[in-house]
Ligand binder design. Structure first.
Ligand SMILES: C[S@@+](CC[C@H](N)C(=O)[O-])C[C@H]1O[C@@H](n2cnc3c(N)ncnc32)[C@H](O)[C@@H]1O
Length: 202
């Protein structure tokens, strides 16, 4: 069933008809597939992000929280993680997992990335893992991310295949530069993923 979903989405992509839309909750199991664990495990992806203790972090499109627990481990009990997602069911599952693992430093907010319900300069770091390609208005989203980051705050994006919404590194580079971000590093996580870290330009 999941293979069928992927095949259909790739067929749409190849025909230029893939609509940006949220990944369906009923296929959430694929978000923790063994392939992901091998090439894009939370430890592996977050090793590239350099999250620091006590940081205020916004994870946009947190899904079922596959990466969120690693984020809370890295920022520690003095840090704050906000898991934001457009789908409430995803957040319910993320909260269940984090609470089961004993993590208390996360909050859960249902909203669209295009209109972030936070004051300007609220965060040290914003993270998106396999989310950007699902958002219809990417320019508006990048403006919002820039607004909610503090001066010098950081933005990290991880993209992974075979996600049909995969954003290629060159496209990401062009769009983030246009939105006023400055690249720090882009690491290929061979052979299926990359993670790119940026900061707000002056
Ligand atoms: C492919 S899943 C990835 C989930 C998680 N980041 C991971 O890597 O396991 C994409 C997530 O982004 C969320 N999403 C899609 N469009 C969104 C939007 N406009 N605003 C907020 N979240 C969105 C979806 O609901 C879904 O949970």
């Amino acid at each position: 069933m999941v293979t069928g979903l992927l095949a259909r989405a790739w067929w749409d992509r190849l025909r230029g008809r893939l609509e940006p839309r949220p990944y369906p909750f009923e296929h959430a199991a694929l978000l923790e597939s063994p392939l992901r664990q091998l090439f894009a495990s939370p430890r592996r992806v977050f090793a590239a992000l350099d999250l620091k203790p006590a940081e205020r972090v916004l994870e946009i499109g947190a899904g079922i929280g596959y990466y969120s627990l690693e984020a809370t481990r890295r920022i520690g009990s003095s840090g704050r993680l906000i898991c934001l997602d457009i789908q409430w069911e995803m957040l319910v599952e993320a909260r269940r997992r984090l609470r089961a693992a004993g993590s208390e430093s996360a909050e859960f907010v249902q909203a669209s990335a295009e209109y972030l319900p936070f004051a300007s300069g609220s965060f040290d770091h914003v993270i998106l893992v396999t989310v950007l390609g699902e958002i219809p208005d990417r320019s508006q989203t990048l403006r919002e991310i820039r607004r909610v980051l503090r001066p010098g705050g950081r933005l990290s994006v991880s993209e992974q295949l075979p996600d049909p919404d995969f954003v290629a590194p060159d496209t990401l580079r062009r769009q983030l530069r246009a939105a006023g971000f400055v690249e720090e590093a882009t690491r290929k996580q061979f052979p299926l993923a990359y993670t790119s870290t940026w900061h707000v330009g002056k």
